[in-house]
Design a protein around this ligand. Sequence first.
Ligand SMILES: *[C@@H]1O[C@H](CO)[C@@H](O)[C@H](O)[C@H]1NC(C)=O
Ligand SMILES: *[C@@H]1O[C@H](CO)[C@@H](O)[C@H](O)[C@H]1NC(C)=O
Ligand SMILES: *[C@@H]1O[C@H](CO)[C@@H](O)[C@H](O)[C@H]1NC(C)=O
Ligand SMILES: *[C@@H]1O[C@H](CO)[C@@H](O)[C@H](O)[C@H]1NC(C)=O
Ligand SMILES: *[C@@H]1O[C@H](CO)[C@@H](O)[C@H](O)[C@H]1NC(C)=O
Ligand SMILES: *[C@@H]1O[C@H](CO)[C@@H](O)[C@H](O)[C@H]1NC(C)=O
Length: 365
Amino acid sequence: MATGSFWQIFLAAVFGVSGVLAVLPPPENVRIFSQDLGLILLWDPPANTSDKLNYTTEYRTSGHLPGCVSQSETSCDVTNKISVFGTYQLRVRAELQEEASDWVTLDDFTVDDMTNISAPSVKLSTRQGEIEVQISDPVMRLGNFQEVYQPVDYIITYWREGDTHRIQQKSDQSHVILTANQLTAKARYCVQVHIQVRFLNKNSTASNDTCLTNSTHGGPPLTSYKVAVWQILLLMLASFLAVGLGALLLFLVGWTSYRGLRYVLPKDKLPEHFVKQYLLETPLSLLEQARGPPVELYHQLSIVMEAPQPPLLAGVQHCSSHSHPQQPEGKGGTEGEREREEEEQRESGGGEIERKGDDGILNSH
Ligand SMILES: *[C@@H]1O[C@H](CO)[C@@H](O)[C@H](O)[C@H]1NC(C)=O
Ligand SMILES: *[C@@H]1O[C@H](CO)[C@@H](O)[C@H](O)[C@H]1NC(C)=O
Ligand SMILES: *[C@@H]1O[C@H](CO)[C@@H](O)[C@H](O)[C@H]1NC(C)=O
Ligand SMILES: *[C@@H]1O[C@H](CO)[C@@H](O)[C@H](O)[C@H]1NC(C)=O
Ligand SMILES: *[C@@H]1O[C@H](CO)[C@@H](O)[C@H](O)[C@H]1NC(C)=O
Ligand SMILES: *[C@@H]1O[C@H](CO)[C@@H](O)[C@H](O)[C@H]1NC(C)=O
């Protein structure tokens, strides 16, 4: 029976309420249920309505997009229409034939932040007096837990059964071995784990308490596992040693053969004409090296070409004696030589030409 809507229409007509849209009351108690990145919008039918209403849900990122259209159910799952990291807004309205209620709009939210994360599952085992905790991440409805939430910490709380003192341990690894000295033999221990998402300051639900009695005799499989670990370590060590020795041996062999080749190769491989050339050229090049660069000698020769007159020749000879600058000032500069030099300079223009020659040499450098 349409009594509710009848009264609403009646009241609207009597009091002259302008908004005809407000006739149909909107859904109530609109809320989001989000677990493990799922996204479901829930609501209740408007109060005092016995009509069977339809509801339309929309979600918005930049514009409004249809979620569930004209359905009679009071929930809408939009998980498969959204992305994990998007910011969304959800709204829903009631519909009765051609009538529609106002939209009920929820605040913006991001799914990864808003969602509740289920508890991880925890598996305990004991070996050689240690308790081993193996944690599995909860399964997400959208995406992968690690891809969405890493880096995460696993907060492991453990205690001796019946004891109020609890120990908390934080680990970024999902495989943890508890070795605290509080653990004693034949005692029963309980472990609870929750996950902490670092960048959101968000925690998963805590796992159920999982309990286990410490056992020093782990049984054949666990013991053999321990032995196997040692065997593997030994094997690794041995192989490292073998590889190291092999490398050393290879190096020694290589070095020895290299040295051997250095002695053998020149005798065998150098062609005879090359050897001859080398032997012939060596004394010359050695002399050149001992005397220094031959450039100065060439310049002196060019002066000879320019002025073939006797005074100039004297000057050139003088010049060549100057080509070793230390000689005139050193032992070579005896009184006899100086007299000869002075005589030569007294001869007409000899000194000037000499100076020009010297300048020429200097300028050429
Ligand atoms: C998350 O869990 C809490 C406690 O159970 C609940 O009150 C809240 O509504 C949940 N949030 C969502 C988005 O499901
Ligand atoms: C629904 O009806 C009851 C009684 O008929 C009344 O007390 C209540 O205020 C009404 N609620 C709304 C939202 O109209
Ligand atoms: C609800 O929608 C269906 C089709 O989507 C339509 O046949 C039905 O009449 C609607 N009911 C109401 C109460 O509006
Ligand atoms: C288990 O018992 C052994 C032997 O007494 C002890 O060394 C070890 O710490 C205990 N470990 C745990 C987890 O209780
Ligand atoms: C999450 O867990 C850690 C460690 O138990 C706790 O310190 C922190 O207050 C928790 N944060 C929230 C938001 O519950
Ligand atoms: C935790 O315990 C409750 C009740 O004891 C149970 O219903 C639930 O399935 C358990 N959860 C897990 C992950 O074992």
